[in-house]
Write a protein that binds this ligand. Sequence first.
Ligand code: ZN
Length: 627
Amino acid sequence: MAGRIRDEDIATVRERAAIDDVVSAYVTLRGAGGGSQKGLCPFHDEKTPSFTVTPARQYFHCFGCGQGGDVFTFLQQIEGLSFVEAAEKLAARFGVELRYTEGGPRSGGDHGQRQRLVEANRLAQQFYAAQLAESAEAVPGRQFLAERGFDRDVADRFGVGFAPRSGEALLRHLRGRDVRDDDLVAAGLVGRSSRGLYDRFRGRLLWPIRELSGEVVGFGARRLFDDDRIDAKYLNTAESPLYKKSHLLYGVDLARREIARAGQAVVVEGYTDVMACHLAGVPTAVATCGTAFGADHVRVLRRLLLDHDEFRGEVIFTFDGDEAGQRAALKAFDGDQQFVAQTYVAVEPGGMDPCDLRLQHGDAAVRELVASRVPLYRFVLRNVVDRYDLERADGRIDAVRAAASLVASVRDRSKVDAFARELAGMVGVDPDDVRGAVRHASRQRQPARRPAVGDRNAQVVQGEALPPDTPSVGDPRFTDEREALKAVVQHPQLVPDPPGLDATDFHHPLLQAVWTAVAAAPLPRGAEAGWFDGVRERAGDATASVLSRLAVEPLRTAGEPDARLVAALLARLQELTAARRIEEIKSRLQRTNPVEQASDYNRMFGELVALEQHRRQLRERAIGSIG
Ligand SMILES: [Zn+2]
């Protein structure tokens, strides 16, 4: 049976693993005031950042999709890990040694498999790099790099390595380091055939492929020898629990900070192009790893660029101007429109890739290539238009017709007119003619759809994403309840004891459940890490998203909250409850005859007087501290 990690070790990991540190490996965060940081949510597509991290409370919450939790939840969700795997990964990174309640850390099952695969890849990378530096066999590999202007220091910096030709060198080396055979196979480092295990990469130059966090998850391998049994110029690690090629970008671990800082990412085609760009002063370069640039890559870059409505980063593709590049560009036009609008193309007229360019014309030429970018749409329109003879009137008409259907495919109507004008300039015709052609092409693309009566209302309801019966926790009428609970969850040590509230002070079922969970155990009087976990457990899964929101959303108050403010927020809720009770009694008094039902009337009147006095006291506590 697998051992369970000791609670105190989990607590230590939680203490040391700064959530902003962990999250910012995946999402670019910017300060958002109140000690919070914001970025684009990695769990849903959004244009405006609503993904919020609050380092002081070690919590994250997305106000768009409701995902939220602590540093463990984040890692579990973004990497698809179990709790144990997430804990092991964080422990390794933050130097916490985990102890297990029964058996050792390697006590069976797939316990910590991910961590073991990461370790196997790390050891493999070191082994390959040493081979490249030292082994006689690796001469062709060193030559390959030298011919492209990369010396030993550069090879070191990028972790380039060489896989020996024998077919078992890595296997033997890692067995000697106590790596299990099963893990070597699972990591894609070793293959299994009827004759036994063999190294997957043999006699090739290897580039380690890393995740955003810098962990090696696989390799890209280039053919060096004519007698290589595999023809493919490049081989990549097969899909594995670690290696997901659809979102991996070579160089992203080195480039991510620059991408965020410069608001620019350069996508090149090969590993050597990434190296050449970084050396030439384009530190935002990345490349896909054995697959075309796709939607997952877009999402990764967007999060790093911190795209939002006011700011759009630039993504620059370097194409060598050949057929493939043009086809890729055309395809891009059909994809994510928002992305198209921020996509640029840098084409080297001589057909050189950045690596060749740097070799022949130096670092400055690479920087100039990137600087010479043109918007993707212009590049594509130019390619289409260039296929026609613009000297002839019918050639111009055909060019406009062909390009107009592309322009018509643009969903952002505000851009269509600008594209149409540009197209008119390219072809040399009247802009109105082009607009007419675009309108004609739009009608052919999609049969006109007029919104039916009532559509507008349907949209409004959808936009609020509310189930019809339960009001949203964010509804303004629950503002006071939310503020009070935020204060309790974020600053439990400031809550007066007893707090003076009960569940009837809350009118939203989820907020009520949270309060019940809070009230079920004593409030912490100092820093007590486990307190919040206890609340979360007692409150149940239904409140998970509400709870993380309460933990992360800043209080609506300026400055650091103190005991007085927290007391005021709680008093405000009690005051509201008292006010409701007062209204009830007043209404009943009106329906009671003071003569015929004198004793009832007098009792209620007495209660009313007491309640109003109580309410005034609460009011005094509540005002002053709340703006
Ligand atoms: Zn989200």
